[in-house]
Each structure stands twice: as C-alpha cells, then as structure tokens.
Design a binder for this molecule. Sequence first.
Ligand code: FDA
Length: 508
Amino acid sequence: IYEDFVQCFKNVTTITDNDLSDVVLPRTSVSFTPTLRAYIRNARFNTSSTPKPSIIIVPRVDSHVQAAVICTKTLNLQLKIRSGGHDYDGLSYVSAVTFLVLDLSNFRNITVDLNDGGGSAWVQTGATLGELYYRIWEKSEVHAFPAGVCPTVGVGGHVSGGGYGHMIRKFGLTIDHVVDATIVDANGQIHDRKSMGEDLFWAIRGGGGGSFGVVLAFKVKLVTVPKTVTVFRVDKSVDENALDMVYKWQFVAPRTDPGLFMRVLLSSPTQNKTSTVNTKLRALYLGKADDVVSKMNEEFPELGLKKEDCKEMTWIQSLLWWMNHVDVDKVKPEILLEREPDSAKFLKRKSDYVEKEMTKPELNRLFQKLATLDRTGLVLNPYGGSLNVTAVNATAFPHRHKLYKIQHSVTWPDAGPEAERLYIGNLRTTYNIMTPFVSKNPRSSYLNYRDIDIGVNDHGADSYRKGEIYGRKYFGENFDRLVRVKTAVDPDNFFRNEQSIPTLPLNR
Ligand code: FDA
C-alpha cells in the first residue's frame, strides 16, 4: 500500500522526498506511533491489539489533503479524518477494515478579525477550541465564541457535529455561528460556501464532516459577552435534599434567563468516596453576581444560592474555572493552548434527550440505582433559550426543542476486557433506566457523543438500511436530506466510516 500511495502522492503534488518522510508515515517510520498516539483521547483504543492505520498522512498544505483524498480513493481504501481525536468511540483513528489516517494537527491557523461585522474568525479544523478561545481573548475580552468547554477538543469534529458549551442557551449551537467553510470533496477539489452550494454547507453543520469531505477551515461569527460574568457551584448530598434540587432544576434551568446555564452532574458514590449519590451543580451567568442571586432566590429557592457562592470574573477566566481551576487568578489563559498528549483514560459515553420532567419517585429510583453502580454518572445539560427559536431543519442537527440533554458517562482506570465489560455494563444500566423518560421513536442521540451501540455500517449491500438505524437517531427527519446531499456529492461513498451517512440505494 505504501509504495503505491507514495507514487500517487508524488504524481499529484510537488512534494520533495525530504518533506515526504514527514508527511506520509508508514508503520516503520519512527514518527508513526507518537503521531498516532498524540491524539488518541480514549485509552480503550490505545492498546497493542487496537487496529492501526496502514499509513498516517500529516498534511502541511491544502494540496497534501487533496492528494490524500485522490490517492486513497485510487487505492479504494478507507480514509479516517482526524482533527482533535476526541471521537468517543475512536472512529477517527480505528477501524476493523484496512484504513489510512489523515491527521490534521498541523492545520491550526486562526485569524481573528474584530472589524468584520461584530467580529469573525477563520479557524482551521486541526486547531483546538482552547486555541480559538485564546486567539479571540488576545484581541478582546468582550468577544467570545459559543462552543465546548473542554479546550483540547478539535474544531473539525466538534463544529461539523453540532457543538455546544456553557453559552448554548444564550447563543445556541456552535454551528449556528458558522458562516463559511472550505472543504476538499471526493474528487480532491477545494470548495468554499459559494462553490459547494447551500445543501452541502447545510450538511456539514451538524451532519458530521466525515461523510462529505475533509473540512479544511470554518469561518465563524463571534459573539459579545459582558466584561464581568459570574460562575457558581452548589454541591448537595442526598441528606441535604439533593433530590428536591434536581427535581426543581428540571423546571427552572431550561426556562430561566438564557444568559444562565446550570449543568447538573449526578455521580455514583464510589467516584467521590461518599456514601450517597453526588449531586453537583455548575453554572455560568452572563452578568453580575447580585443579579443571578436575586433571580435564583425568586425562581429556585431550593438552590439556596448566596452571593458568597458566586465568583465574578472575565469570560476567558470562566473557561479556566470550568476546567476545574478553582483560583482562576493563579492560572494563565496560556493553559488553553496545551494539547495534553497521551492523557487518555478508559471511557464510554452515551446520550439522551428529555422532553418531560421526571417525577420525584422516578428520580428517586434513578438515585437508588446509581448508588449501586461504580464510576458511573449522568451530566444534565439544560436546553431552552436560543435553542427554541431555531427550526429543527435550519441545520442538520435536529435536537433543538428539548428540555435537557443527558450525557451518560463512565470512566475507569484499568485496562482489560473484564473492566470494560463491568463499566460499560454500568453505563448501559443507567441508559436502560432512563428509557421511559427520554425521546422515543427513535430514541435520539447526539452525533458528537459518538456511540456505536446505536448501530454500525459495513457499507455492504444494505448500507442504506443500516445507516437509517443510527442515522434517524442522530438526525431525525434531517436524515433524508443528508442522504440526498451525500448521494449528490459523493455517489461512490468514498467518505465512509462505521456511522457515516449512506448513499440512496439505486432502486429509490
Ligand atoms: P475527531 O478528530 O476524533 O473527529 C470526530 C469525527 O469528526 C470523526 O468522525 C472524524 O472523522 C470527523 N472529522 C474530524 N475532523 C474532520 C474534518 N476536518 N473534516 C471532516 N470530518 C472530520 N462536545 C460538545 O458538543 N460539547 C462539549 O463540551 C464537549 N466536551 C468534550 C470533552 C471531551 C474530553 C471529549 C472527549 C469530547 C467532548 N465533546 C464535547 C465531544 C466532541 O465535540 C466530539 O467528540 C467531537 O467530534 C470531537 O472533535 P475532534 O475533532 O476532537 O474529534
């Protein structure tokens, strides 16, 4: 494969032999393993038995990406596109079939322009969210961008899959702020929004980039935030009426001021070495502490929020606080630039959407079960606000008019099939308990919380049918338009992975 690939690569680019050894890495290259491991964020896929790519391509310029597409297609192999490597089930760098990895970690340019309307940025997809936040902050303390709170997440997967963070209620999803993009299509051609057309531009905002092409960069509009924002945390044990707090949270968090985002984390006792379920509330308010305290005293007295629970800071500091730095004055924003190689833990995630509040007895059953499970948790993210005003087909991401989203989560320290069976089993237990209380027909999932339990595709004869199983869960009715776009822009299904959008079968 390597000889044929290199021959093709040299034919379609002007690369020198010297540069080639840094750009196209065979398994024998000393850079192969460090490069592969640098962006593996789930230790389950960092073992000696994990299938490895035949070649890793680490492009430096656009023409290398074009050549990677053309040459992989010529060899009729699968190309895995990796930006930040945070795919929870490793689909950007693992496969059971022969595959190559296109590693975009060199594509990290960010250009911020505060004079373009209310401010905008072109950001290459191999940049991290932390780098984007930092580059904005370098120019202005009152400009920001609404995306995920973990700084090492890659722009490529995060933005094309939807993207949300602690300003979702005020500003909506990350994709709601994307105004242009550049992409390499299945013929190796580069397009911007104008030349790719509105259908493809619609699809790569929430439909996942990996089914349609290699996204090189996104142009995003910035938002403005107050000079002072407020964060607070409230932790309650079951004895301190945690259940009442979570029950009431369901009514308040999705309906209160859109400038207030209150996330709840429920975790099994073993995670924190306590005897009951742990209940933590973490919040960002886009305004002053006095305002949010009086608002909460009126709307949510069960929280018992006091001014001394709150901390006022700048928006960039709120990101550091969200990264668990308690004293944000002692941490420099430069920490957002760290990429943390090899920091992977063993983990599995699943997602759910809640449309109706759970009753206290129902929540109680969840608490009781959670108390018996090891290292398992649920993260509850309120929706409402801006999410309610955008149509579900405005972008490919369909799950807008919901009460809250759940991330089911389990993270464990030890390798091996036994640990994996135990902990993933725990996760599936909370997922099963939640069945009656979450979206149905189909049960919805968030693409960026990749979960191969909901269906996979080998792209054989019944690729469409298999694709429809996970596709409807991720995209609802938007699945049909995604299939039409896919069939138009990539009829040979070159850009495929275990959960990509299938093409329409010939008889339909
Ligand atoms: P990765 O490189 O693994 O890519 C993910 C998928 O996108 C793959 O299918 C890949 O092929 C495709 N892809 C990547 N780059 C592409 C490109 N340039 N063109 C086309 N396709 C491309 N989510 C969220 O919404 N809010 C949050 O706060 C968080 N927080 C968070 C924390 C942590 C620690 C993790 C591990 C994950 C999250 N996520 C999240 C989920 C995250 O948004 C999701 O995993 C993204 O897809 C990750 O994007 P990466 O580029 O890092 O992943």
